[in-house]
Design a binder for this molecule. Structure first.
Ligand SMILES: Cc1ncc(C[n+]2csc(CCO)c2C)c(N)n1
Length: 219
């Protein structure tokens, strides 16, 4: 019998392949991605990352397993240190000023992705919310591993790729996979199916996050 995370990964396979092959990713690697699109991505990702951290804390409050709570509370303090450092550096290098950040409103797909995660927690359950968080770790770790062998001629893009291939990040990804498997074990069949759906929908929003940046989506 396959684990719930294997089933999730299997069902989301076409969406993951579409992410791997998305022009945003392809051009990140070749260095052809216009910097305006990368800037757009970073500004929108701020919204995602803030809510992602908040959600870790809110999910942790609703779970009882001490090890799971501890992992999620650690995630609630924000990004891991290396990711945070890289982002501060990117914002400085690209001269993204506080004024520009203030003027940026959340774009439709970023809004939909974040809303989906809150929906899974408050209309669904903490188990479903954990399943919704998982593609964030797992897809980026897979991307980091795949892209690292090619690298990018643009230093900034190379640094971005490297963030997601660190041993610490791989370890965090594996822990999150193990958490979702553990939570899936004592879920009833309807809840299991809902966890898989939450994962597949997050995978959809991950794909459309690249698309949003690539087309500089507006309301
Ligand atoms: C849309 C979007 N999805 C996933 C990530 C990657 N990510 C964000 S927080 C985190 C966990 C620990 O740092 C990871 C892997 C991203 N940046 N933006």
């Amino acid at each position: 019998m396959s684990t719930i995370t294997q089933q999730m990964r299997h069902q989301a396979e076409p969406l993951w392949q579409a992410s791997f092959n998305h022009p945003f990713i392809k051009e990140l690697v070749t260095g052809k991605l216009p910097m305006t699109e990368f800037r757009y991505y970073l500004k929108q990702d701020r919204f995602y990352l803030q809510n992602f951290a908040t959600l870790h804390g809110k999910i942790a409050e609703q779970l009882t397993d001490p090890a799971i709570k501890q992992f999620l509370y650690a995630g609630a303090t924000g990004l891991d240190d290396s990711e945070k450092e890289v982002r501060i550096e990117f914002f400085q290098q690209l001269a993204i000023t506080p004024a520009e950040i203030k003027q940026t409103q959340i774009a439709p797909n970023a809004y939909n992705y974040v809303s989906h995660m809150y929906h899974e927690l408050y209309v669904g359950s903490p188990r479903r919310a954990c399943a919704a968080l998982l593609p964030c770790y797992w897809l980026y770790n897979d991307l980091g591993k795949q892209l690292i062998s090619n690298g990018s001629p643009v230093k900034l893009y190379q640094e971005f790729i490297e963030t997601y291939n660190s041993p610490e990040f791989t370890e965090a990804t594996n822990t999150m996979i193990a958490i979702v498997d553990q939570l899936g074990k004592d879920a009833d069949p309807d809840e299991k199916a809902a966890m898989i759906t939450a994962f597949v929908r997050s995978s959809y929003f991950e794909l459309h996050f690249w698309e949003m940046a690539y087309e500089e989506q507006k309301w």
